[in-house]
Design a protein around this ligand. Structure first.
Ligand SMILES: CC(C)(COP(=O)(O)OP(=O)(O)OC[C@H]1O[C@@H](n2cnc3c(N)ncnc32)[C@H](O)[C@@H]1OP(=O)(O)O)[C@@H](O)C(=O)NCCC(=O)NCCS
Length: 187
């Protein structure tokens, strides 16, 4: 596991590509379930349980363990996972200078306390300094208001796929495409 401390506070530690142990996988699954069941837009619709998330989490971490994608997480002073996301590799080639940020989530009991911004700050440092990237892309479910969270961390809305997300028959949502260049980060 690699740890550094960019703009961290409250005893929080940054973890990048941690070893995928069973307890750590369990924490990821637990957080993913709780975030979804609290209304978060991270790939599932509520209600979900650990059995539904487990195979998806395993597949996610398999790509991380293989060195394809990059896991970025925040662990609190008690050693519990507080927030995490993944920088997904787009397959190299013409797109090797940027990645897609997916599964951005903060523990529902600790949202609105600045940890989301802390996670994005860490993501930006990892993306630029360790991965040598120029930019990041992410997709946001329209109608959630979450694009404002990203806008405040330097992302701009660059596209909209009308009705690209089907929550249920007759309930389509736009997918918002956001982009952040990393060139303006402090050294
Ligand atoms: C979205 C999420 C990651 C934000 O994390 P957070 O820790 O609650 O956010 P922060 O406290 O760091 O907020 C940072 C800033 O963004 C703003 N913000 C956060 N969430 C917002 C939202 N949903 N709508 C508008 N503004 C928001 C905050 O007001 C704060 O603004 P400031 O500049 O005045 O300080 C978190 O709420 C979450 O995990 N949500 C559920 C999962 C999810 O839907 N993820 C998005 C996938 S695209």
């Amino acid at each position: 596991m690699t740890t550094t401390a960019p703009r961290l506070r409250d005893g929080v530690t940054l973890v990048v590509d941690p070893p995928v142990t069973a307890p750590f996988l369990g924490e990821i699954v637990d957080l993913w379930v709780r975030v979804t069941n609290a209304g978060g837009a991270v790939g599932f619709l509520p209600p979900i349980d650990a059995a539904m998330v487990h195979p998806v989490a395993e597949a996610t971490l398999r790509r991380v363990a293989a060195g394809v994608d990059t896991f970025v997480g925040l662990v609190d002073g008690g050693g519990h996972l507080l927030a995490w996301c993944v920088l997904e590799d787009g397959g190299g080639g013409l797109r090797r200078h940027w990645r897609t940020v997916v599964r951005v989530m903060v523990d529902p009991d600790r949202q609105a306390a600045g940890y989301g911004r802390m996670l994005l700050d860490a993501v930006h440092d990892v993306a630029r300094d360790r991965l040598g990237l120029d930019a990041l892309m992410l997709q946001v479910r329209g109608g959630t208001g979450t694009e404002e969270f990203y806008r405040r961390s330097g992302y701009e809305l660059v596209g909209r796929l009308p009705g690209a997300i089907r929550l249920a028959p007759g309930d389509d949502r736009d997918e918002l495409v956001m982009w952040r260049r990393l060139g303006d980060l402090a050294p």
